[in-house]
Design a protein around this ligand. Structure first.
Ligand code: ADP
Ligand code: ZN
Length: 221
């Protein structure tokens, strides 16, 4: 089963993907996490990608698409995967469809998370990530704080704010790109009949974990 996480920054895509991954065994493939790991290890891919990421721009397809296709060939993805952060453009979605088709697979479910704009910016500013690139757990100092301030519950490493989350210009740029380039995917997948839209908001007391619980129940049926 191939699942795609769609939704703007700060809607909780990573949280939902992580929970579904734990319960189904499908690997969570987050392009942002792969890029950040490469940046922290200063690999050639990381150095190149950081030129775009630090400004809040998309990394070019020449880098991103082969990286994802390669990751999908790993053994843990033989029964499918949860893609978190890919595709982000119609071109990427078309390339993904082609790639899956060549393996006799398809996109089975697209989870589209929607959160009111005021909440989104607040959630991005209060997001913290584990500095251990092999752990990369995420927290929110207001909604989901770690047990000990500034320390990862899972591995004990220090937490930090992502560089692109502390730069108001990069936040603005990413939200603009989402509107312009990524939001057309909602229509694209609606036409394919695989779209499932879920609201995540404090105003209705529905968080990522609630969405994940509902979806896991249905997948396991
Ligand atoms: P966010 O959703 O908060 O923007 P991610 O962790 O998903 O964060 O991605 C961080 C950055 O990595 C993005 O701003 C972008 O520069 C780059 N990136 C991630 N996924 C893609 C993609 N599919 N195509 C191009 N760039 C990407
Ligand atoms: Zn950790």
């Amino acid at each position: 089963m191939n699942i795609i996480m769609l939704g703007a920054q700060g809607t909780g895509k990573g949280t939902v993907a992580g929970l579904i991954s734990e319960q189904t065994g499908l690997p969570q493939i987050s392009t942002g996490d792969i890029f950040r790991k490469n940046i922290s290890e200063k690999t050639p891919l990381g150095i190149e990608a950081d030129k775009y990421i630090s400004k809040g721009n998309l990394v070019p397809d020449e880098i991103t698409v082969p990286m994802v296709e390669d990751r999908l060939t790993w053994d843990d993805a033989k029964n499918g995967a949860i893609l978190d952060g890919f595709p982000r453009t119609i071109e990427q979605a078309e390339k993904l469809d082609e790639y899956l088709k060549s393996k006799g697979e398809k996109v089975d479910l697209v989870i589209n998370l929607v959160t009111p704009k005021e909440e989104i910016i607040d959630r991005m500013l209060t997001r913290r990530v584990c500095t251990n690139p092999d752990c990369k757990a995420t927290y929110n100092i207001k909604l989901h704080p770690p047990i000990k301030e500034g320390i990862c519950d899972k591995c004990g490493s220090p937490l930090k704010q992502r560089a692109d989350d502390s730069d108001p210009e990069a936040i603005k740029r990413r939200l603009e790109i989402y509107e312009e380039k990524t939001s057309p995917l909602v229509e694209f997948y609606k036409k394919q009949g695989v779209l499932r839209t879920e609201t995540v908001s404090l105003s209705i007391n529905r968080m990522g974990k609630d969405v994940a619980a509902d979806i896991i129940k249905e997948i396991k049926k």
